[in-house]
Structure formats: C-alpha cells, structure tokens
Write a protein that binds this ligand. Structure first.
Ligand SMILES: Nc1ncnc2c1ncn2[C@@H]1O[C@H](COP(=O)(O)OP(=O)(O)OP(=O)(O)O)[C@@H](O)[C@H]1O
Ligand SMILES: [Mg+2]
Length: 459
C-alpha cells in the first residue's frame, strides 16, 4: 500500500480533485496519477459543477442544482454559483456570516457560510465515492489532503488558510453525520440539514490540510518529470472567477515563486460570459422590455458554455431564440469596451510578471523562460496570443508550452483526460507538488465562536 496525496481544487465553476503517490514529483510516472471521477453524469466526469440550489424543502448540489434552477428560472429562483470568490474578500468572516439573498434562499435561513459548508460536504462525499470506485485507491493507504487556492491575499495566506480549513472541518463533520444521503440525486431535506448542520459546525474536529497556491500547482505539474530543464516559468491560469499570473524559478530541488510578479485579476470566464451576453442584448433590438431582456439573458446564460466555446474556437457562434437566429463573432466581442479593458490589464499584468521572471533567469545565467496556460480559458485566442507574443529582446527567450502534456494522452486515461487537462492541471499539480511548495500546512482551527484569532486580510 502506498501513501497518497489528494489535492482538491474547489473552483469557481467546477471542482476537481486528483491523487498522486507521495513522492511522485521526483519519481514521475503518469500511470500513477489518479484524477478523480467526481461526476456521475454531466459533460465531463472529471468536473463537478460548483453549484447549490435551495428548493422548497430540500437542497440540491452540482448538476442537479443547475437543472432545477433552470426549471424554476421563471420563478426568479437561482442556484448559488461562483461562491468561491467570496473567499477572496478582505473581511472573510463577515462575508461568510452574510445572509444568502432571497433568489438563492427564499426561506432566509442560510448564511453564506452554511451554503459553502454544505457544498464542501457534498464535494468531500463525491471524492470519497470516487476513491472507493478507483481499483488502486480503494485498497487504502494513508491519504494526505491539500487544497488549491489563488494567492488572493499574499500577505495573509495563513489567515485565509485557517478559515478555509475550518470550513472543510465543518463540512467533514456534516458529511460524517448525514452519510450517503448527501449524494442522493434528490438532494438533502431541509429537515436533515437543520438537524445536523449546527451540531456538525459546533463539533467539527481539527483537520490536517495543506494549502498550495494555484499557480504553484500549475508549475509543479509542468515541471514534473522534467528535472533539470525549465528552470523559469510564467503561468497564466484563466478559470471562471479569476485570472492568475505567477512566475516561478526552480533553483536546485526547490521551486520558488517570485512573489512580486504575481497578479490576480478578477476577470475571467464568468466575466467573458457577461461581455458576450451584453453584446447579444445590444444587438437584439426586438428585446426592449425589461422582462424580454431578462428572459433573453437567462436563455443566453444557460447556453453560454457552448456559445463561448464556439466563439473562441471557430471565431463565431449562431444561436437561436424564439424563431430568431443571432450571429455573434469573436470580432464583435473584441470590440467591446469592457473586453478591451480586460485585455489591456491582462497584457500589462503578463508583461510585468514576464519582465520579473526574465530578469531572474538572466541573473542566474539561464537562457529560457517557459510560458504555460492552464484553466478553462487556456485555449482561447486571448490567452494563447498572450503566451506566444514575440519578444523584442531575444534572451532569455520565451518558449510557450502546450496546455496538455503528452502524458495526458496515456492509455490509462482512456482519452478522457486530455480534453479537460488544462482544467485539471491545478488538482494534478497540487497532488504532485513536494511539501516544499506548500503555502501553508496543518490546520489550526479556532473554534467557530472565537473569532478573535482570525486576522483581517488585506486585498
Ligand atoms: N474550450 C473553452 N473555451 C473557452 N472557455 C472555456 C472552455 N472550456 C471551459 N471554459 C471556461 O472555463 C471556465 C472554467 O474553467 P476552470 O474549471 O479552470 O475554472 P475554475 O477553476 O472553476 O475557476 P477559478 O480557477 O477561477 O476558481 C468557465 O468559465 C468555462 O466556461
Ligand atoms: Mg481554477
């Protein structure tokens, strides 16, 4: 039996998880990497929708939450999504103690903290199910846990870590108390939740978890199995909630982040969705009334993943609504003022990080910086153009690396991993990363009612 390291990537749009044998980074063998199949249904078995829906008398999770929210969209009900971004605010405790809005929770019984804990409990339960279904992992062994997060608050990652580990500890206690019911496609009854959640929150036990910054995790997967090459890296991770840029230097066996290069932009996939929807609304002259516009907006959002993918891959998309056909091109999107603003800040952030990592490479006598894109937005022209830009000075040269490494095509993964690899790169890299790459360890978990120890973060 081996010792394993699990990395949970609780994403704004999708959660992912992967397991690697401890020490896999130095003795890298792709066949030993186990990305977890979290989703029973849905588009891709490796992606779990980060969504929760509070219904009449029950709470639904993941794909079921999104389906039910769609079915009840007319009743002004919505699923809670993108709740991970809440963790980036400076006064995290206050944000967690805020009541959920009425569109999300018509009963007005849940605080944001409750909903996040419920979702994390569901995520832990799906991870457990996937571990048991995996023929190698089901044999057991010690499993150490980590989670990946953006470096939102560089000066106070430990402060955030304590709060997040506490949320996971509460989720674990809740999961242990309600068991398999969490995974029922019909969701969990409000009665079960109101019976078990307060007790679980009060009785949560300390949990051991490591924190790995998302960009560091991306660097870990990029450098795994490549000992000795690729000493300097620039990583761009465009997910749904944030676009993170980071630079890393490998010196001997250690990988150091160059912290002054790090930038987190709060525009990413979700932001592009809004830009695209706004462009369509502007051109849809027949939809003038507020209710018509609201209806068109929600139709667009439901189909947005396909619309966006087509625009980014083919340069255009055609959508149909109430017998009309609407065409939208990448050029239209690129004309949008908000989009141009984002593109400008992205370029500035990238140039800033690149200058720092190239300086460091030059100072250490290295001739090359590798550029790598990860996250769902990795293959978009916006990101690919960025990492392939010509440099005016040639050394150290910038070498773009493919978003999907050759080993993701290995037979073991049966063709399922490669198409979503950029989205799984963080979970896989986080599981592979040696302990020296962790941003925080352990789990100092102050009791829920004692908030005096929790430092207020800085953005
Ligand atoms: N082929 C594609 N083209 C364009 N966008 C895509 C594509 N595939 C996925 N996306 C977008 O990528 C985003 C999801 O990516 P990812 O799973 O990396 O995000 P996340 O980890 O949930 O977010 P974050 O890292 O910000 O918390 C969504 O906005 C999705 O629409
Ligand atoms: Mg992500």
């Amino acid at each position: 039996m081996s010792d394993w390291t699990l990395c949970i990537d609780f994403g704004t749009a999708f959660s992912k998880a992967a397991v690697a044998p401890t020490g896999a980074w130095t003795h890298f063998d792709p066949a030993t990497i186990r990305p977890l199949m979290l989703s029973a249904e849905g588009q891709n078995t490796f992606l779990l929708d980060s969504a929760i829906f509070v219904d009449e008398d029950r709470v639904l999770f993941g794909c079921a939450a999104l389906n039910e929210a769609d079915a009840q969209a007319d009743a002004k009900r919505a699923a809670l999504r993108s709740f991970k971004t809440l963790l980036s605010v400076s006064d995290l405790e206050r944000a967690l103690n805020t009541n959920a809005p009425a569109t999300i929770d018509p009963h007005r019984i849940f605080q944001m903290r409750d909903l996040i804990v419920l979702y994390l409990a569901y995520l832990l339960a799906t991870i457990d199910r996937a571990l048991l279904a995996d023929p190698v992992l089901a044999q057991g062994g010690v499993l150490r846990r980590r989670y990946a997060a953006p470096a939102w608050r560089s000066g106070d990652s430990a402060g955030m870590h304590n709060v997040v580990v506490r949320l996971f500890a509460e989720a674990e206690a809740f999961r242990a108390s309600v068991g398999k019911r969490l995974l029922s496609p019909d969701g969990l009854s409000l009665r079960t939740i109101s019976d078990a959640l307060p007790k679980a929150m009060a009785n949560a036990e300390a949990l051991e978890m490591g924190l790995v910054f998302e960009a560091t995790a991306a660097a870990a997967y990029t450098s795994a199995g490549l000992e000795g090459s690729g000493s300097h890296l620039i990583v761009v991770d465009m997910g749904a909630g944030t676009t993170d840029i980071a630079a890393l230097a490998r010196i001997g066996a250690r990988t150091l982040e160059l912290p002054e290069a790090r930038v987190t932009l709060k525009q990413a996939g979700d932001f592009l969705d809004r830009v695209i929807a706004n462009r369509v609304l502007e051109s849809a002259r027949w939809a003038r009334r507020a209710d018509e516009r609201a209806e068109l907006w929600s139709v667009l959002m439901r189909q947005m993943a396909d619309i966006k993918e087509a625009i980014m891959a083919d340069g255009r998309a055609t959508l149909r609504n109430q017998g009309r056909s609407i065409a939208l091109s990448l050029r239209d999107v690129e004309k949008d003022e908000d989009f141009r603003e984002f593109q400008k800040s992205l370029q500035q952030a990238y140039d800033h990080a690149l200058a720092i990592v190239r300086d460091d490479a030059r100072a250490r006598g290295r001739s090359e910086v590798q550029a790598i894109a990860v996250g769902g937005g990795a293959s978009t022209p916006l990101i690919q153009d960025l990492i392939r830009r010509k440099m005016e000075s040639t050394r150290p040269r910038v070498v773009p690396r493919p978003a999907t490494p050759d080993w993701a095509h290995a037979r073991e993964f049966r063709g399922n991993l490669a198409p979503v690899f950029p989205q799984l790169a963080i979970a896989i890299g986080g599981a592979l990363a040696p302990d020296s790459m962790l941003a925080a360890r352990g789990g100092i978990t102050p009791p829920a009612n004692d908030q005096s120890d929790i430092p207020v973060g800085r953005d």
